[in-house]
Ligand binder design. Structure first.
Ligand SMILES: [Zn+2]
Length: 224
């Protein structure tokens, strides 16, 4: 792929679609930073200073990070040296206002020949429910999936023997709410990229390696 042009890729996909994993793998492949908003917040919150303190407080209460802080953190990250040749975004933009801010930034940094594309890792609601409902966690931090990464002994942690539980977030009622929110927030954003002919739809209901292959094949076509 022609790497002299700047490449910006935005990942979309429901919870459980594996888009974070795909974003990270594509980042390695293209040698571009894969920037996850959630990860950025966690990283920032571990630093010293006022912003870190504010973030820690917001996250410990499970509240939403205010829009100004989202943009500050994003601006700072995108100005880092490794993002000069481009970057991959995961978990941002999530709201219309964030899309507007991002478009503003792209207008400033992109030349006509550069690339800005969105990738949707498409997974049906039914499959999301199936995938998330099979996740289990242990109090020690270990995570399992009854289908893809089952514990050796049913119901117990491989590391500490603790009893495995379903995270609050992965209970059926909560999954349904998360999906509703996902569709409400993401539909207009996905439509925006689709209208411009810059949306790549990838079938997410296949093995991780096959999803990755499809993404790279589709990108090669686009980035020619
Ligand atoms: Zn454990």
């Amino acid at each position: 792929m022609n790497q002299k042009k700047k490449i910006i890729i935005i990942f979309f996909g429901p919870p459980g679609s594996g888009k974070g994993t795909q974003a990270a793998m594509l980042g390695e492949y293209l040698k571009l930073p894969a920037i996850s908003l959630g990860e950025l917040f966690r990283r920032e919150s571990l630093r010293k200073g006022k912003l870190a303190k504010t973030l820690k407080e917001i996250m410990s209460r499970g509240k939403l990070v205010p829009q100004e802080i989202v943009e500050d953190v994003m601006d700072k990250r995108l100005r880092e040296k490794d993002a000069r040749a481009g970057f991959i975004l995961d978990g941002y933009p999530r709201k219309k206002i964030q899309l507007e801010k991002l478009s503003e930034r792209l207008r400033k940094i992109l030349k006509p020949d550069d690339h800005a594309l969105a990738i949707l890792v498409d997974v049906s609601d039914r499959e999301v429910k199936k995938r998330l409902s099979k996740r289990r966690v242990c109090a020690c931090g270990a995570a399992y999936h009854l289908e893809f990464k089952p514990p050796r002994q049913r119901g117990n942690c491989d590391f500490c023997g603790g009893r495995l539980i379903t995270r609050e977030d992965d209970k059926p009622e909560v999954i349904a709410d998360r999906l509703k929110l996902y569709h409400k927030e993401n539909k207009p954003l996905i439509k925006y990229w689709e209208k411009q002919g810059r949306l790549i739809r990838i079938r997410g209901e296949q093995a991780i390696g096959s999803v990755k292959k499809d993404i790279i094949a589709a990108l090669k076509k686009e980035l020619k």
